[in-house]
Design a protein. Sequence first.
Length: 257
Amino acid sequence: MKRCPACWFLAGLLALVVASFVSLDLQWSRFFSADALRRMGRFLAELLAPSTDPRFIAKLLPAMLETLAMSVVGTLLAAVFGLLLALPAARTHADDPARGRSLTRLVLNALRSVPELMWAALLLISAGLGPMAGTLALALHTTGVLGRLFAEAIENAPDGPAFALRVRGVGEGRVLLYATLPQLLPQLVSYTLYRWENNIRAAAVLGVVGAGGLGQMLAFHLGLFQMPETSAVLAAMLLQVLAVDAASVAARWAMAR
C-alpha cells in the first residue's frame, strides 16, 4: 500500500463517495413511496399530451429560432475570443517566454467558473430582458471553455512544421498562421461544434431567467401549471437538440473525409 499511490487515491475516492452518501439526506423511501410514484405518474401523463393549438405553435416557432440564434451567435463569439485568448495562454515552443500565460489563464478560469445562468442574471441588469443577455452569457462562459481547450491544443501541436519555419527566420505570427493553425483546424472546429451542442441546451435553459427563447416560454407556462403548453415547449427543445446534434455529426463527418 505504501508503494502504490494509485491505491491511496482509490481509497481516498472511495472514502469521499461513502462520506457523500452519509452526509446527504437522501430520502429514498419517500422518493419511491406509492404516493410519490402516483403523483409522478399523473404529472408525466399530463406532459405526454402536448398542445397542438395553431395559435400556440405560431408563438413557439419564433422562440425556437431565437434559441437557435442565441446559441449560434454566442458560440461564434466565443470561438473568436477564445482563440484570441488562447494564443497568449499557450506556450508554443520550449523557448517561448509566454509572459502573459498565467494572467490569461486566470481570465479563462474566471470566465468558465461562472455558470451561464449567473452570467445571464448579471447581464440582465445592463442588457435588460431578452436574448441579448442570454447570448452574451453564452459567449462569456464558452469563451473560457474554448480558450482553455484551444490553448491546450496549441501547446500539444506537433512542433516539426513550426520548428522548420522558425529555423529559417520566419516570424511567430506567420508560423502560427502557416504551420500551427492548419494542423489544429479540424480539432478547433470539433471543439467549437461540441460547445455549440452544449450551448443549444444552455440557451433553452437561460430563458428561465428572462433571457428569451424557449426557456422563457417554459418558465412562463410551467409557472402557471399549463402542462400541454409546457409539454409542447419541451418537445420543441428536444427536436432542436436532436437537429443540432445531427448537424454537428454531419459536419464532423465531412471534415474527416
